[in-house]
Design a protein around this ligand. Structure first.
Ligand SMILES: [Zn+2]
Length: 330
């Protein structure tokens, strides 16, 4: 057997020297140029898409355990129906996958998006607990981040759509953004949202810590008074470095809270450490991380959390980015 392997390796080397390149995977895979007329097409071995292919409405392309699908450079796989990748199934994307508005791409296996590849998302993407999407290619979120159900892991770059202005507030992929650049109108907000408050209550209970809300919702008017107070005390130039201008405080969204202590040493307490490591599981992020002042406009605030919902909070947490960077508005 060993000799045979050597002979095979030798002949492969000869073929390569002759200028013919064979990739082990492509050599073994067969072409997928048409889908089954049945409602489900099962991929159980290695198959390659070399030309554009459409999964029609009502149909499912199912990459089963042991199945491998290659979407070659220049080829586009358009989902008008659905695509499912089972645990143990894999898709290598060198071309494009387009997920149409009413379609679902559900991944319990692996998707590797290579640098020449992309996934364009108008429909839904489910990254299930065992699902993993990686590679140097990009996932373009054309509509909303809430189209993504996120239980597994994405390390491929998520590209957000452009900011949209609605009733004086700015949203990126459905996420409200408020910072030194983007503001809220004077009449926006009336308290912490039920969702954010309920998530806080659940988190506090699970943590076993006190986690008191030092500051929750702050109205435009209250922020004006707060800013004026610091202005009179320290002068405008200094006040503007730590206090938000009215309309620019994230506390006006009803989605932000200051927890327990307004001191950076809070990060070293057991509670502060728990919050940093776990708040994403309850839908929050530490909004102003350490060393990101240039990007967020704020000093490290280990106490200030922002509610995004569990899926998006985990996405931001896993990305290691600030919200500005994640949303492409840094
Ligand atoms: Zn705060």
């Amino acid at each position: 057997m060993k000799l045979l392997t050597r002979i095979f390796a030798l002949s492969l080397a000869v073929i390569c020297m002759m200028g013919i390149t064979i990739s082990a995977s492509a050599a073994k895979s067969t072409l997928l140029s048409k889908l089954s007329s049945k409602s489900v097409t099962n991929i159980t071995s290695a198959r390659t898409i070399k030309q554009d292919l459409v999964v029609d409405e009502g149909k499912t392309l199912y990459v089963r355990n042991g199945g491998v699908l290659y979407v070659n450079t220049g080829a586009t796989l358009t989902l008008k129906g659905d695509m499912k990748i089972a645990n143990g199934g894999a898709v290598y994307v060198r071309g494009n996958i387009i997920v149409n508005d009413s379609s679902l791409l559900s991944c319990s296996g692996k998707i590797k998006i290579l640098s020449s590849g992309s996934v364009k998302l108008d429909g839904r993407l489910w990254v299930n607990a065992t699902g993993n999407i990686n590679g140097k290619g990009k996932i373009y979120v054309n509509d909303s981040f809430s189209d993504i159900r996120y239980r597994g892991r994405i390390t491929a770059k998520l590209v957000a759509p452009k900011p949209v202005r609605m009733n004086g507030a700015t949203y990126v992929g459905g996420i409200l953004i408020v910072n030194k650049q983007y503001s809220l109108p004077e009449n926006y907000g009336s308290g912490l949202t039920d969702e954010a408050y309920n998530a806080y209550t659940k988190m506090k209970k699970a943590s076993g810590h006190n986690m008191s809300i030092v500051s929750g919702f702050r109205s435009y008017q209250k922020q004006q008074n707060t800013f004026n107070y610091w202005c009179n005390k320290d002068g405008y130039d200094k006040a503007v470095t730590y206090s938000a201008l009215p309309g620019h405080s994230e506390h006006q969204t009803g989605l932000a809270m200051d927890i327990t202590s307004l001191s950076q040493t809070y990060a070293n307490t057991a509670e502060g450490k728990w919050l940093a490591a776990n708040c994403h599981k309850y839908g929050f992020i530490i909004r102003y991380p350490k060393g990101k002042t240039e990007i967020t406009g704020y000093i490290y605030e280990p106490w200030h959390i922002r509610y995004l919902g569990t899926d998006i909070a985990k996405m931001v947490y896993d990305s290691g980015l600030t919200l500005e960077e994640f949303l492409g508005v840094a």
